[in-house]
Design a protein around this ligand. Structure first.
Ligand code: 9MR
Length: 357
């Protein structure tokens, strides 16, 4: 079923005026409100138009969609001064017709940039291109996209501190100023959209992940100290079945985020199953268990504003591009299998969304 009366309003409505506070210390569950947390998935526009059963599954299951690639720079801004909105517009129409909300993804990222941007030469030119892009894209969908991943993956793999930003055309020309520049441009282009900083690899046990959590908190604080507009942190949650969730570390991070009066969204959940046993039943159970550990740790501390997976069905997933299984069996990282049947991962997400764990 698509969008309930209360569903997506939670992302953009008046409730957001009240920042989250960590509640576990007070003994109450942060997820005690009975309205389900909105669920969504990254979608591929070509598949939505060519694959009727996939399209139907998206309509049946998603209250939110986010384009996997169609709002990134290469698709939307393939050459200097040239914008192409065809595919993004197809998604917007699909969502409107089916009463589904759209999240925007993404505006300031090191990755997946079109070749022409490498020729951006000066600081002034970089600011002009970054701000111009954000103004053009965000204002086109003003009022129709209530939540944007403005900043994606700002930190290096193993940061020393908040200044350890991943090298990109933006850091090389603008330094750390690219973050406030991007966030302020997005806020100006749509004052009502929720601005999200989206990051990954912050939930696991180990020194590298602890360093990432620490740097992320320092980065968020430094933005807050400079009054840079930002409303939420997106935890991508690409979970690896061969890594352990650091429940305490993750919860400390979430408390810090809540203390900064920022919301939390789970933006790209999936479970990378390349190291797991081949047997499908066993593998699906382990995938669901991993997601359950993550969602349990999160929902004990904050109520995420949304839970999105990075794809809906194993039919369309980025995972085999980088994490193909050595036994040759297809990856199964998502809530629906390749035949669009619900898997244990679907059920575990439902339990946390509905607080029926
Ligand atoms: O799933 C996306 C894949 O189809 C694209 O080729 C790739 C490059 O744009 O990006 C993938 O999505 C990434 C997302 O934008 C940011 N977090 C990690 C995702 C998986 O790599």
């Amino acid at each position: 079923m698509a969008l309930g009366a209360s569903g997506i309003a939670g992302l953009s409505g008046a409730a957001l005026a009240t920042p989250q506070t960590p509640t576990s210390a007070a003994g109450a569950s942060a997820n005690s409100i009975r309205v389900p947390i909105p669920y969504g998935a990254a979608v591929r526009v070509d598949a939505l138009t060519s694959d009727a059963s996939y399209r139907a599954a998206v309509i049946a299951n998603c209250q939110i969609v986010v384009p996997e690639g169609e709002m990134k720079w290469p698709d939307i801004h393939p050459a200097r001064g040239e914008y192409r909105f065809e595919k993004a517009d197809v998604l917007m129409d699909f969502a409107r017709q089916n009463n589904i909300e759209v999240r925007g993804h993404t505006l300031a990222w090191y990755g997946g940039m079109p070749a022409w941007t490498a020729a951006i030469g000066s600081r002034a030119e970089a600011e002009r291109e970054l701000v111009g892009h954000i103004e053009t894209v965000v204002s086109r969908y003003r009022g129709a996209i209530p939540s944007w991943d403005v900043v994606n993956e700002p930190l290096v793999d193993w940061p020393e501190d908040e200044s350890s930003l991943r090298p990109s055309i933006w850091t090389s020309r603008l330094g750390p100023d690219y973050l406030p520049i991007a966030l302020r441009a997005a806020a100006a282009a749509d004052p009502d959209t929720r601005l999200v900083l989206n990051e990954y690899d912050v939930e696991f046990r180990g020194a590298r992940f602890a360093a990432r959590r620490k740097a992320l908190v320092r980065l968020l604080r430094s933005l807050r100290d400079r009054d840079v507009p930002l409303h939420a942190v997106g935890l991508q949650a690409h979970l690896f079945a061969d890594r352990a969730i650091d429940r305490d570390g993750l919860q400390e991070l979430l408390v810090e985020i809540a203390t900064l009066k920022l919301d939390v969204l789970i933006t790209e959940l999936d479970v990378i199953d390349y190291g797991l046993p081949g047997k499908v039943g066993e593998r699906d159970a382990l995938v669901a268990d991993m997601a359950g550990q993550f969602l349990g740790a999160v929902c004990d501390v904050v109520r995420p504003r949304a839970i999105l997976t990075w794809g809906l069905s194993d039919r369309y997933t980025w995972v085999p591009t980088y994490f193909k299984r050595i036994d040759g069996m297809p990856n199964r990282p998502l809530p629906l299998d390749a035949e669009l049947k619900r898997k244990p991962l679907f059920d575990v997400i439902e339990q946390y969304r509905r607080n029926t764990v």
